[in-house]
Design a protein around this ligand. Structure first.
Ligand SMILES: NC(=O)C1=CN([C@@H]2O[C@H](COP(=O)(O)OP(=O)(O)OC[C@H]3O[C@@H](n4cnc5c(N)ncnc54)[C@H](OP(=O)(O)O)[C@@H]3O)[C@@H](O)[C@H]2O)C=CC1
Ligand SMILES: CC(C)CCC[C@@H](C)[C@H]1CC[C@H]2C3=C(CC[C@]12C)[C@@]1(C)CCC(=O)[C@@H](C)[C@@H]1CC3
Length: 344
């Protein structure tokens, strides 16, 4: 009993130096867990945390970091803005299979994967989508394609007979202080004068999820992951449960940082096909010059379509509810990015 209870509060966060991962670490520490972090780079100091620096593409690197722990959280991924297909495949698919194998060898009982709500998204409207929607047959980008592969592997690995339980958390549009994708890219886009217009009519509702709520959902999943639990082997949307028009959210952030927000809309399909043409042009020019377009077809689709998800399953089976309301999350985020404020 002592061994199990001692191991019971020990966990490792793979990708724990990243945006979401560090919030999961902080939440675990608040809840009294003994926390280790495995990441390809150490980006912060905390005497309470044991750090292991390594590459999850090398299974041998993982073993020391997950020895004698009960729960592993896997939230590592290359950034979606990367266009390195091989990297996505190696980290998100092969790397995840390494983690499953290493966990089973080490006797880890619980694996909580950070998946993505985009695994069911194909660029068309999704309104209050449930987890029963089929996986995207034509994922819009390679990041999403490898997130689908990753989630399938983790959920299929759920094995009560081996005392190994898995679950996938599907967040959408995570935002908050220390984010490295959403706000920094939005500010760069504004500074380049590319936010004068919105894409579409500005009415499309989207889920943006404050990062502390996503971390909370991960811990709830871990706590409900045990033999005979209905949580095992399932995916769960974790959102703020407050879908908001995409451009209303963007405008709240922009205006909060003293940037002008878009007032006029451009036809969605026109911008989408223009983005698709630009993507093809950049592909053709790549041998000569690498150009990374701001408005990729995926980003245009995200900006111009409805895509929000039901988290009813998480509410019913895990007792989930957001701990930080959307409005408060936006205020905290704007405050956390004062250094990116427009001073012109
Ligand atoms: N941000 C969002 O809106 C959403 C994110 N997600 C998912 O949430 C998870 C976390 O995302 P987020 O926090 O934004 O991402 P971050 O890039 O901030 O964090 C990912 C972490 O994983 C690390 N990592 C990458 N490759 C490896 C590797 N081979 N071995 C070990 N560590 C590695 C990264 O290191 P380094 O930075 O050095 O590469 C980074 O520290 C991801 O799985 C993502 O797919 C899902 C839905 C929405
Ligand atoms: C068009 C805008 C002016 C561009 C600035 C904002 C974008 C950088 C973000 C808006 C929606 C965000 C988003 C993601 C990344 C950053 C944005 C495109 C994800 C693709 C991150 C990874 C995921 O798993 C998806 C669910 C996210 C969807 C929303």
């Amino acid at each position: 009993m002592a061994t199990r209870s001692r191991k019971g509060k020990k966990c490792t966060v793979i990708g724990g130096c990243g945006f979401l991962g560090r919030y999961i670490v902080e939440r675990l520490l608040e809840e009294g867990y003994t926390v280790s972090v495995f990441d390809i780079a150490k980006t912060f100091e905390d005497d309470r945390v044991k750090f292991f620096v390594g590459d999850l593409c090398q299974e041998k690197d993982l073993a020391p970091a997950i020895s004698d722990v009960q729960t592993v959280f896997h939230c590592a991924s290359p950034p979606p803005s990367s266009d390195d297909r091989d990297l996505f495949y190696r980290v998100n698919f092969v790397g995840t299979k390494n983690i499953i194998s290493a966990c089973k060898k080490a006797g880890v009982q619980k694996l909580v994967l950070t998946s993505s709500a985009s695994v069911v998204y194909e660029g068309t409207d999704i309104k209050n989508g449930t987890e029963d929607l089929p996986y995207a047959k034509k994922p819009m980008d390679y990041y999403t394609e490898t997130k689908v592969l990753q989630e399938k592997e983790v959920l299929a690995a759920n094995s009560p007979e081996e005392n190994f339980f898995t679950v996938a958390i599907r967040p959408h549009g995570i935002f908050g202080p220390r984010d490295r994708q959403l706000v920094p890219i939005l500010v760069d886009t504004a500074r380049a004068g590319k936010t004068k217009f919105m894409i579409g009519n500005g009415e499309n509702l989207v889920d943006f999820t404050y990062v502390v709520n996503v971390a909370h959902g991960h811990l709830l999943a871990a706590e409900h992951l045990h033999k005979d639990s209905p949580v095992c082997g399932k995916a769960f949307h974790i959102t703020n449960d407050e879908p908001i028009p995409f451009w209303t959210f963007m405008s709240r952030i922009l205006e909060g940082l003293n940037y002008p927000s878009p007032k006029m809309g451009l036809p969605y399909l026109l911008i989408y096909y223009l983005a698709a043409f630009l993507q093809l042009l950049c592909l053709l020019l790549k041998p000569i010059k690498e150009i990374k377009p701001t408005f990729t077809p995926m980003r245009v689709a995200l900006a111009g379509t409805y895509h929000y998800y039901s988290c009813q399953r998480a509410k019913q089976l895990m007792g989930y509810k957001p701990v930080v309301p959307l409005d408060e999350g936006i205020k905290l985020t704007v405050k956390g990015y004062a250094h990116l404020q427009n001073n012109n």
